[in-house]
Design a protein around this ligand. Structure first.
Ligand SMILES: *Cc1c(COP(=O)(O)O)cnc(C)c1O
Length: 412
């Protein structure tokens, strides 16, 4: 998006502010569907957890996407868009049997990732088709915190336990209608990813009623200038060929699914924050913005890189800054980063702020969550108001404390 447009939005709605450009979301969606246009039945399910504002979910529904959810709350939110429950897939990890049953009752496709619940669910509800999440033990993702397919990972049923799944199916007469994997984020190596898909084909062959294979997600997008990203077009060519071969062999045109989050929304998001203070210390120049890891936690949590530009002075001479927040705790967005010369009250733009940014934001330090704006056909829509003190207090009960307790506190 243009700097001038972003500056106008910061002026109109205040800072800090999240802005989402739906043109970018559509173009990423179209890139994926084009890359896999050789597959007869393709379904893309947007991973709600990446960015879950209901207007974003409605936008995906209008694009024709399904929705990938990881909690019953995400399912309930998704249903509020009016989407057909059959277009929702629920892929939780370590949740209770009760929650899975509640979601199944809503008509949503469920995906089970452990043997103990699979067995009980199959005994109680053999008529409800279930997808199983397989852990192929292939390391495809990036950072160890976001790679979830490795041997020690808590996700999925180990590939070595497929015979056990088959015994459960035999004993309960339940129906396995899908095979799923999600090996983690930031996949760069297509060959490794394809090795995992071959493992899933082998698993799928061992079940008679497969309707779909869900290859999860984890497509990497560029975060730094000149960063490498997953070559979706190349993956499309190679996986399409293998998938179509599998369908022929299996004797049925099954559906190929993906459930991308980051790929679809990361680059569409910009986070705008205002510089409150420029502080020169003996060693560093700090730019303190009116935000912190309460609003954008990825740098502190995953050492994630977010490109930062000074949209108030884009032509300024580059200088080195540490960009930090206003939280009473270390909250560094960037260290020793080259940015066009910063003055107090300038607006900084954090790029790639669509995925896992607002959705991970908190009220730490009792700060308000930022407002969110969505751009559709060049027009801006406020899709979430900035919070107020009433929101902070909303679920807090002000209780009548015994007088004595209060006195003790005062004298202590
Ligand atoms: C988080 C998650 C995704 C989305 O991953 P991205 O890296 O954002 O594309 C997909 N599927 C499951 C099961 C997930 O937990």
């Amino acid at each position: 998006m243009e700097n001038t447009q972003l500056l106008e939005l910061a002026k109109k709605y205040g800072s800090p502010l999240y802005v989402y450009d739906t043109d970018k979301i559509s173009s990423q969606y179209n890139r994926l569907t084009t890359a896999f246009s050789g597959v007869k039945n393709l379904k893309l399910n947007y991973a709600v957890k990446a960015l879950s504002n209901i207007n974003i979910l409605r936008f995906f529904k209008d694009l024709g996407a399904g929705l990938d959810t990881v909690s019953i709350q995400e399912v309930l939110l998704s249903l509020k868009t009016g989407i057909d429950p059959k277009r929702i897939i629920y892929t939780p990890n370590g949740v209770s049997l009760q929650e899975i049953e509640e979601v199944a009752k809503l008509g949503v496709q469920i995906n089970i990732d452990n043997l103990s619940i699979l067995e009980i669910f199959g005994q109680k509800h053999p008529e409800i088709p279930v997808c199983v999440r397989i852990n192929p033990h292939i390391m495809a993702g990036g950072n160890s915190k976001i790679s979830v397919g490795h041997i020690d990972s808590k996700f999925g049923i180990s590939i070595h336990q497929v015979p056990h799944i088959k015994r459960v199916v035999e004993n309960t007469k339940m129906n396995i209608n899908g095979i799923h994997m999600h090996t983690g984020s930031d996949i760069l190596d297509i060959d490794t990813f394809l090795r995992a898909t071959d493992i899933l084909f082998d698993v799928a062959k061992q079940f008679d009623n497969i309707d779909f294979i869900d290859f999860g997600s984890g497509f990497k997008v560029p975060y730094k200038p000149n960063d490498i990203s997953t070559d979706i077009e190349q993956l499309g060519i190679q996986l399409t060929e293998r998938f179509n071969e599998f369908c022929t062999e299996y004797g049925k045109e099954i559906t190929l699914m993906f459930e991308p989050g980051k790929f679809l929304v990361s680059e569409a998001g910009s986070f705008l924050a205002k510089v409150n203070v420029v502080k020169q210390t003996t060693s560093t120049v700090f730019a303190h913005v009116d935000s912190g890891f309460n609003h954008l936690v990825r740098p502190m949590m995953y050492d994630a890189y977010h490109h930062i530009t000074n949209i108030s002075n884009p032509q300024g001479r580059d200088r080195y800054y540490s960009v930090v927040g206003y939280i009473c705790e270390t909250d560094t967005f960037a260290s020793n980063r080259r940015i066009a010369e910063i003055s107090e009250e300038d607006i900084l733009c954090f790029h790639n702020a669509g995925a896992y940014c607002f959705s991970m934001a908190s009220n730490y330090n009792s700060r308000y969550l930022p407002a969110e704006v969505m751009i559709v056909n060049g027009k801006d829509y406020l899709i979430r108001k900035r919070q107020t003190i009433d929101d902070i207090l909303q679920n807090q009960e002000i209780v009548e404390l015994p007088k004595k307790a209060a006195k003790q506190v005062i004298s202590a």
